[in-house]
Design a protein. Sequence first.
Length: 240
Amino acid sequence: MRQIPHHIAIVMDGNGRWASKRFLPRLAGHKQGVDALRRCAKACAQRGVGVLTVFAFSSENWRRPVDEVSGLMDIFVMALARQLPQLQADGVQLHFVGERSGLSTKVLAGMEQAELATRDNSDLVFNVCFNYGGRWDIVQAAAKLAAQGKPVTELDLSRALALAHVPDPDLVIRTGAEQRISNFLLWQSAYSEFYFSDKLWPAFDEVELDLAIKTYQQRERRFGKTSDQLVAGAASATTA
Ligand code: IPE
Ligand code: IPE
Ligand code: MG
């Protein structure tokens, strides 16, 4: 498989450890994480990735110390205002994915303004999962169907999920040397390829991204079939 993954999803983990190693406050790591994200989004667009989805704040991150949570909210609002012109110039269409209730009016206003301003762009669809949890998403989708009195089918449920506007991720990357999903795209990652990087998120750069893509390209995605079936399918496709 030589294709560039159409949809890359990333658990951006390791900001706090990156800062602690340098005797800096954790928030300094989160600020550096924004720079890493800006570089990564640009690199994805340059490589022909169609959709980038990142995990920026989980449903469970509210459990952190109050100062860290409020610092993260401030960094989010500032980063959004600062990055918006460049995102516009790069043709990025922004989406914020997650539970909106519980977020401050400042955060909500920033989200709504950025989504509105970028909605006609089409070079890269950029989903920022904020106050997001995979379980929250499945529950809100099921509740929507229940309210409509609909039977629950796989197709209906997937259409009611918060990421219904994009296909499932081909590649899920997690930085920060942890090998777990931490309530990220539980439904959508059913057949994603996983790549775990030991790099802490602020240190994740273009070289690391290319390594992840190269590793992905060496995988065989079988979706339940046998390897022989895939080879036969590819041969008949080329002779047809
Ligand atoms: C990821 O980095 C960013 C968020 C969860 C907001 P962490 O803050 O989890 O960094 P570590 O894992 O403590 O190093
Ligand atoms: C996952 O990282 C969430 C984000 C990157 C936003 P965490 O640091 O919160 O994950 P755990 O707690 O180590 O599993
Ligand atoms: Mg972490």
